[in-house]
Design a protein around this ligand. Sequence first.
Ligand SMILES: NC(=O)c1ccc[n+]([C@@H]2O[C@H](COP(=O)([O-])OP(=O)(O)OC[C@H]3O[C@@H](n4cnc5c(N)ncnc54)[C@H](OP(=O)(O)O)[C@@H]3O)[C@@H](O)[C@H]2O)c1
Length: 252
Amino acid sequence: MYIPSPTTINNLLVVSALLGCILVVYRESKPETRMGYSKFEQQDESILKIPSRMGMLVIYSPSVILSLLAIMLLPPRHHSNWVAFMCFLHYFKRVYEVIRVHKYSGNTSARDACLISMVYITLTSIFIYLATQVPFSIIDKRQVRFGTMLFFAGELVNFYHHRILSCLRKTSSDSGYKIPEGGLFKFTWCPHYVGEIMAFVGLAIVTQNMLAFPFQSASALYLGLRASSTKAWYENRFPAAVLRAALIPGFF
Ligand SMILES: NC(=O)c1ccc[n+]([C@@H]2O[C@H](COP(=O)([O-])OP(=O)(O)OC[C@H]3O[C@@H](n4cnc5c(N)ncnc54)[C@H](OP(=O)(O)O)[C@@H]3O)[C@@H](O)[C@H]2O)c1
């Protein structure tokens, strides 16, 4: 794993990842500033909202295009090209799920959709950039293989539980919330977030650049806080439901 030297760019990247973490904690800890989609859609009428499916396409589509461009521009046999391909697979899968798997009930704040979209564009650019900075001689192929396996396992866990959530609603016009059961929902309220975190840890390992981890941590922090709000939401809405962890049983 490559430990980059403290150049101005690298220092700026570390500072921006830390600022990202602080912003995430600040925003997600208060209901009025929380990202306004899904169970946490803001009720304020003055906020411009778009249907959630459209909001999610705004969030993910630019990163599909960006990672596809990177695949075409980067040298084919360089491992940064593999990182770009993994980013493409991740965002393409999300677009597929938005169109074909998820059944949405509400709206998304247009401002938050644009904000999250820009965050993903930045994250994708940074992961690919960091991979290009690693000297070829330092790349550990075993770690790359392990990261790739973790990535695919995470994406599978994520997809499987998205399907379970989708099956809770029998028709696309059904907008009710039900108690999810099956798979890892037995132990945690957000197994799909666990899958996403696994996939991002895998991706960070594949970049082979230590600087990817502060960014992966910011994303995991966001999902952790969101999972904590989701647990509180379920416990309030379904007080009789069997108790489970927010994210990782016995830990959080
Ligand atoms: N990397 C990151 O920082 C990050 C952050 C957030 C999300 N994500 C990705 O996006 C995925 C989805 O995230 P999300 O926060 O939108 O997940 P979510 O709130 O669990 O919603 C996912 C889908 O399931 C539906 N749903 C959720 N709970 C339900 C229930 N109890 N009964 C019936 N339907 C239910 C939602 O409908 P409604 O829309 O009607 O609620 C939505 O269609 C994650 O798994 C992850 O892959 C990544």
